[in-house]
Design a protein around this ligand. Sequence first.
Ligand SMILES: [Zn+2]
Length: 505
Amino acid sequence: MKSHMNNTIPDSLADLLDIRGITTSKLNTVCRELEVGNLRQLSTAAAMEQLENVPALSPEDRKNIKRYLKVDKDADQRILLWDALLQGREILRALRTLPEVEKASLAGSLRRGKDTIGDVDIVVQVKGRDYKKLLYKIERMPFSERIITAGRNRICVVLHNQLLAFIYLADEQHFGAALWYYTGSKSYNALIEHMAADKGYRIDPLGLYDRKTNKYLATKTEEDIFNYLEMDFIPPELREEQYVIDKAIAHKLPPLVTFDQLKGDMQLHSDWSDGEGSIEHMARYIFNVFPHYQYIVITDHASANRTGHVLEPGSIYLQAAEINRVNDILGFDYVKKGVEVDILENGELSLPDELLQGFDWVIASVHSQFARDNTSRLLKACENPYVHCIGHPSGRIIGSRNPYPVNWDLVFDLAAATSTAMEINARPNRLDLNDSLIRKAITAGVKLVINTDAHNLTQLDFIQLGVWMARKGGCSNTDILNTLNWKEIEKFKNRKLSSIKKDHR
Ligand SMILES: [Zn+2]
């Protein structure tokens, strides 16, 4: 903030002076010629292309101001969480090579695991304050296309994919506070600030202070803050709502599921349907790269109703023989015989029950009619004794297809009653169920399965995203079926068979 030095510039516009090439006199001219006196007015004017009417600004100035105010229609975008994560990690890796950088962490909505991301936020703990040198180095890092603003505590970089990255600088004393503050969410921060005030503290990006004496208390780490406030550490994924804060105060936050608790991936496609790899290649690769998995389930698309990139009924026994051959090589029953069937328009499935009962694991998914209410189709699939899991239950494709309407109360209640699992599909553009439906499902007692739905080997890494969504939905390992060993999964399947038999007696 430079407002005290430039008292002609309205307070809310002072940060714009950090923009490269924007001087006090240029900003004064903008305010005068466009008759704007605050950030909102300037944003409106910039969005209406009025910056073009200010001759004092260069084309570069205009571009930077619009980008900074996020009114640049060509550049404004949100990207998928997965893409932002890869980008964010690349920046972290680069920053950590600098001797000035002691710590670096993702922050913002990326650290909280939102479905889509608008900017990449990063908090860095720096040693010393040779700020110019650091800036010089950051500007030349491979991720950086250009720097828009460079304030003392914040650098705004345009990345090569035109996304903005905000790099917040903190020293050792304040890293925890900065990380806490810039992780957000804003509404969650406001709740915590309020709580801190009630306890006689003040908290901001620079630390936790005693309100009366103004004495700095602590904030090298985020844990310090939670300790002072006498509450459990709240994982970033959960920093959205009041109910989590209440649980943390009562010390009742459940431990969230972790990747190493998973015992297998239960939706994989091979070259027997639309996947790219052979079963043997996939099995050998996963066996080596994910050593804590105890099983994998091959679930190729299968249908008696359609052809092309599906397993046809006549090939099912051939695939089973191939899986047996691969298991013989590995020396145990590692690859399970699964299938993904279509839920047809009337709720029937694309394979008859006689065939379904031969599989180790059956996923039923909606692959058609995405605009209609699909409650009845999902209910009917749950009632089938041989369906173990509903695949990508809401049908959304982030950015291109909304979830179809479903009465989730009905579906989750029936899924819980019939021991039918629901999938957390980890594909970056699906994330289906999403976090709020996950929370609703586990509240109803539904068991969930985290799957990659991988069609090639690189997609196996999506599992991290699935775990992330499960955590964001508040899942512990007990909510997630594939934290169980296969014997226990067999028990889950048997519960369904007996619950449905009981109903029909
Ligand atoms: Zn599918």
